[in-house]
Design a protein around this ligand. Sequence first.
Ligand SMILES: [Zn+2]
Length: 152
Amino acid sequence: MSSKTNVWSQVQEVLAANKAKPALVEALEALLAPKQGGGSTNPPMMIDGVQHYWCRFHSRYEPETNMVMSNDKSKGYCRAAISAWNKRNTAIKKLEKEIGELIIAGDMDQARECSEELKAAKDQISNYSTYDFDADWAVFNRHAMVEVKGQL
Ligand SMILES: [Zn+2]
């Protein structure tokens, strides 16, 4: 049993014992209830008058301007995160192509080596803990500046 689940059952006991107000119970439920199906249930949140959404790649709230939005709904990730994901995905596709070429060329040792690299890359792309908020946004902003310069 996770510590979060422990906390939740303790909170439920306290609430029941104290006949807490329904609104408070609801708010605490949303905050502490165990996550269903492992998915993120972090609701949108107003912080300093700015709408924030949960970025699942960076495990934090980010302002709406950071987020990838669709029909006024957050996709659950920011622009820097999806940019980092795209970059990794491009590298994976490139590796897959290289491995194919190596196999055709009969270079099995090299192909095996690249396959190890490919496996690691595939493990990492879906592992949110390998994404770094500061680093991903630094890369994203640098890239955006180059694009602006290119347009001048
Ligand atoms: Zn993010």
